[in-house]
Design a protein around this ligand. Structure first.
Ligand code: V4E
Length: 224
């Protein structure tokens, strides 16, 4: 299981040129639709769990605790980056969600175990789609001498008129997250990204516009 460490950034019009200048290579462009699921009381997202179906592929992003505040102060990247464990196998997603929603769903456990189809299972868990949008993504890869693996940079344009960039590294289970944070910070410097404020993701902007109540609850819970 990988941990995705990622920093979002505001794309300026020169970003593609800057990426090429630092040696990043465009590895493709694609369009995909995402659907995110939660219960009516937002039991998952208020715990920072994000269940998504992207073009038929399921993924659950689970929060990974950050280091202590004292260590965070030493690193700007620690504050600007997010990190989530990504689960993509359906049986593992179901097991994790059953655990996360145990309090809410204990009385239904028997019914959940008996579900044949994914739709039945979602219904039994009271999970419905709360956000749906399409992204046009241009992906870049940056390999550097002396570094293992590549840094990924995605330039996303969502169909509701929001653009955002992401620098990301996939860290294998038990890998060095601090090293990934340092490398992301170095890449951000090379791209001349400045600013110490968290940049809004597609979901922030989508919920702000389409589900202000949900958005307010996530802000109050310090999830967004
Ligand atoms: C984890 C999360 C959400 C799920 C979608 O996350 P994101 O990485 O923004 O989407 P996308 O399309 O780039 O997915 P990928 O292709 O990388 O898998 S929506 C909100 N969150 C929480 C969150 C957070 N708290 N802070 C930051 C910086 N991002 C997301």
């Amino acid at each position: 299981m990988n941990v995705e460490v990622e920093r979002k950034f505001v794309c300026d019009p020169d970003i593609q040129k800057k990426l090429k200048d630092i040696g990043a290579v465009c590895i493709g462009q694609r369009r995909f639709q995402d659907q995110y699921f939660d219960s009516p009381d937002f039991d998952l997202t208020l715990k920072d769990f994000w269940l998504r179906c992207r073009e038929g592929c399921w993924e659950l992003k689970c929060p990974v605790p950050k280091k202590t505040a004292a260590i965070q102060k030493d690193s700007q990247a620690e504050g600007l980056c997010s990190r989530y464990r990504e689960i993509t196998s359906l049986p593992e997603i179901k097991a994790e969600l059953t655990r996360v929603m145990a309090d809410e769903k204990r009385e239904r456990d028997r019914g959940v175990a008996e579900c044949d189809t994914l739709d039945d299972w979602l219904k039994e868990m009271s999970l419905g789609c709360f956000a749906k949008y399409t992204t046009e993504r241009c992906s870049f890869s940056l390999e550097e001498e002396g570094e293992e693996g590549a840094v990924g940079v995605d330039l996303d344009q969502a169909d509701f008129g929001y653009c955002v960039g992401e620098i990301e590294i996939l860290v294998p289970d038990g890998g060095d997250i601090q090293a990934a944070l340092r490398r992301i910070e170095k890449t951000a410097d090379k791209l001349g990204l400045c600013g110490d404020k968290r940049v809004q993701g597609k979901m922030d902007v989508y919920l702000q516009r389409h589900s202000p109540d949900h958005y307010t609850k996530l802000l109050a819970a310090h999830i967004l």
